[in-house]
Design a protein around this ligand. Structure first.
Ligand code: MIG
Length: 774
């Protein structure tokens, strides 16, 4: 006998042929407060200008409620901000004009064109390009001739994403990290479209699965699988402006404690109290600077979060206290999975107070991770964030100031590698499925962690390191790029990956130095340490079962090189800290692709193997074995070899000589930056030397107590230095732009003159200027 199953629709090809429904033509307009609403045949479109160069666009299908609240990742100040708009209704279009942009919405077919104040087209959507299929909502925008694409946060491949397809779904990828893997741990659905010096940004604010298809010929296509179509359009004109706008919208990184930007040592795992003590002792005996040691999963009691293993780490407070006296901090790992165990207080509390993610029908969701079957906190609820944050109190009492969040995609040991998409999130009273909110999970775990620590640390700045994240993660955590491998290719790839993260608001990022999985070797570790020393986050980490890679693991020759560059990190620490301050204020990244500083130079558009540390120190790493030369492109300007003082005119490619102990570095003539003497950890006081590369330029040097939030109440110094050449003299002047923290009365300058000649001058700060005969 046959049942109705035999005639189920899937067995028969649809005859309607309908696969794509467009939003249809606009029929009607309405203004609601400061929001412009356009009713089309099948959708409602809203446009709001937050600043003259930044508007929010939202398209909602008619069958769904129009909800205009801002998402949780939008900064309250941005959400509250509005620009003045002049609105005109034409016969076949509507026009919204601000001081910076004119947006034209055509009625039939519906489409959007954005022009700058001079009337030049910045972006033009494809006619009828807004619509949906059964699987996704999408829109298409015309590509401009010669347009290049950047951003997207943590992605494999080159810097320029032209021609690629990028997709957003936080995923635990142990292997392989190769260009065709387009989903890693972080999702930053932010595109920068650059046509020479004219740049716009597009932030697709959707925490579900989304895709950016830049591979089409005439258009690119953006789609989302769940939720509504909501994006922010940000206009520059410069790339720096767009990064500034994006971080105005999604927030900027607070200044990290200085210890968090020193050198960090990790291993999966340092397994016992004794092993950690010996490791620390080794660093001090060998005089290799180090600020932080990490504890990976072995420190816990059967992987129960917020516990210590009773025999491996019997006296955590004592251990931390002793190490702290020696200048070390300890950062333990915390995963989201809570072991299902009725005797375990965290699990019990979570169940009792309904902090765990559940199915709609009420049953707690469990998945298998390190502790075995585990439950997962529903971080979309503020109450759960608070509960989780408060759980760090024991750690704080033990002396901990930093936490490492791992597995927070969330990663689960099953086929889909994550939580069941049907699991519900309470979402503070607006329930959604995990499928709709997946990419928020890691972000909200780190937010809970950061805020919990901040509350308990009594004025000290917390440090959080995270693997997963979404736009705005920069407000809470530094990001490392997960499970890379000890491959030269991965060393090379870490540079464009971190540069694009910087363009995507994440100024504080780094990769595991030496490579996480696979066996590293002395040469690779040496070269990788050179690069890591000049990337914002600097940690050596390696996996269980693979060669150890502490600085001394490969003999004296390699140890000496590794030591030299860790020392360099500390020499540059005062400048690096200044760059972090700048990032916290402007959103601009600490390390920058050349295209950010030299947008008029097409040679920079695909440059993935060099970068700028700040705006005027160019780093050109060696990322191949057995190589002691490389081509280095120097953009416009005059560049001085940091090691030899040799001068090169820019706008051309030179051949750099780089034996194992040399990282090619070039300082732009006119640059000023601060360095300090070598110290063993960031808590040791450094004497500051200002390096002045004679020419025209300026510098704002930042300093504060390096560990509390007192800077937010004015306890910091900002010293503005300027230099210029007048006749045969170099004139150096300085003023205290802000003076709220103790500082030296004397300033020491090292002046770099023509021909590699240097002069050192120590003068009273009160003098305010110095003249040097060239
Ligand atoms: O599945 O905690 O990326 O840094 O050492 C492995 C053990 C889980 C993945 C992290 C890695 C960490 C490791 N974790």
């Amino acid at each position: 006998m046959e049942g109705s199953e035999q005639i189920k629709p899937e067995l028969h090809k649809s005859t309607t042929g309908v696969e794509y429904i467009s939003a249809g033509d606009i029929r009607d307009f309405e203004k609601s407060g400061d929001t412009y609403l356009f009713h089309s045949d099948n959708a409602v479109v809203s446009v709001q200008f937050l600043t003259p160069a930044l508007f929010r666009f939202k398209l909602v299908r008619k069958s769904r409620p129009l909800q205009l609240e801002f998402s949780r990742v939008i900064e309250p100040a941005a959400a509250a901000s509005r620009a003045e708009v002049v609105f005109t209704a034409h016969e076949d279009s509507y026009e919204l004009k601000t001081a910076a942009l004119t947006v034209t919405l055509t009625k039939a077919p519906f489409g959007l064109t954005v022009r700058d104040a001079q009337g030049r087209v910045i972006s033009e959507d494809e006619a009828n390009g807004y619509g949906w299929t059964k699987e996704h909502l999408l829109f298409s925008t015309k590509k401009a001739q010669g347009e290049n694409y950047y951003g997207f946060g943590e992605k494999t491949g080159d810097l320029n994403k032209k021609g690629t397809v990028q997709s957003m779904w936080n995923t635990d990828v142990y292997a392989p990290h190769v260009p065709e893997i387009v989903e890693l741990y972080q999702s930053i659905p932010f595109l920068l479209a650059a046509k020479g010096e004219s740049v716009y940004g597009l932030f697709l604010d959707n925490p579900g699965k989304t895709e950016f298809d830049l591979n089409g010929g005439e258009t690119y296509r953006i789609s989302c699988h769940t939720g509504d179509l909501e994006y922010y359009f940000l206009y520059g004109p410069t790339m720096k402006d767009v990064v500034g706008q994006y971080t105005f919208l999604t927030g900027r990184m607070p200044i990290p404690p200085k210890w968090a930007i020193g050198y960090h040592q990790s291993r999966y795992s340092y397994e016992t109290d004794l092993e950690v003590r010996e490791l620390a002792q080794n660093f001090r005996n060998k005089e290799i600077p180090c600020d932080v040691i990490y504890l990976d999963i072995h420190y816990m009691d059967e992987y129960r979060v917020f516990t210590w293993h009773p025999t491996r780490f019997p006296q955590p407070q004592k251990l931390l206290g002793d190490l702290r006296k020696d200048g070390f901090r300890i950062v333990p790992i915390v995963d989201p999975g809570v072991k299902k165990d009725a005797k375990y207080i965290v699990y019990r509390e979570g169940v009792t107070h309904e902090h765990f993610c559940k199915y709609l029908e009420g049953q707690t969701y469990t998945g298998v991770v390190w502790p075995g079957e585990s439950a997962f906190p529903d971080f979309t609820n503020t109450e759960t964030q608070k509960w989780w944050g408060a759980k760090h109190a024991g750690f704080v009492a033990d002396g901990i100031e930093g936490i490492w969040n791992d597995m927070n995609e969330p990663a689960i040991f099953n086929e889909t590698k994550t939580m069941d998409l049907e699991v519900m999130h309470g979402n503070d009273g607006d329930p959604k499925t995990h499928g709709e909110l997946h990419n928020h999970y890691g972000l909200l775990m780190s937010k809970a962690t950061y805020e919990g620590l901040k509350e308990q640390l009594d004025g000290k700045r917390p440090f959080v390191l995270t693997r997963a994240g979404y736009s705005s993660i920069q407000k809470y955590a530094a990001v490392w790029t997960g499970d890379n491998r000890s491959f030269w290719e991965h060393l090379a790839m870490s540079v464009p990956m971190i540069l694009n993260m910087g363009l995507s608001g994440i100024a504080f990022a780094g990769a595991d130095v030496g490579g996480f999985a696979h066996h590293t070797n002395g040469e690779l570790l040496a070269r990788w340490t050179q690069v890591g020393a000049f990337l914002p986050y600097f940690r050596n980490h390696s996996a269980i079962g693979f060669a150890r890679q502490e600085p001394w693991s490969f003999g004296e020759e390699f140890e000496a090189v590794v030591k030299k560059y860790i020392e360099m990190r500390y020499v540059f620490l005062p400048h690096l800290y200044t760059l972090f301050h700048e990032a916290s204020v402007s959103g601009l990244p600490v390390v920058r692709p050349l295209v950010l500083e030299y947008p008029q130079d097409p040679k920079t558009y695909n440059m993935s193997d060099e970068f700028l540390f700040g705006d005027s120190i160019l780093i050109a790493p060696i990322t191949q074995p057995g190589t002691d030369h490389r081509a280095v492109y120097l953009p416009a300007g005059t560049w001085v070899d940091y090691h030899t003082g040799e001068v090169h005119e820019g706008g051309r490619t030179i051949l750099a000589h780089a034996p194992l102990d040399v990282l090619p570095m070039y300082v732009k003539q006119g640059a000023v930056f601060a360095t300090g003497n070598v110290v063993q950890h960031s808590g040791e006081k450094q004497d500051i030397t200002f390096h002045v590369y004679a020419g025209t330029g300026s510098y704002s040097f930042y300093e504060d107590d390096a560990e509390t939030f007192a800077y937010q109440d004015g306890a910091y110094n900002l010293l503005r230095l300027e230099q210029r050449v007048e006749g045969s003299q170099l004139l150096l002047t300085w003023t205290e732009e802000h003076s709220g923290y103790e500082s030296a009365d004397q300033l020491t300058f090292q002046i770099h003159l023509q021909g590699g000649r240097t002069e050192t001058h120590t003068v009273s700060k009160a003098a305010g200027n110095l003249a040097i005969t060239l």
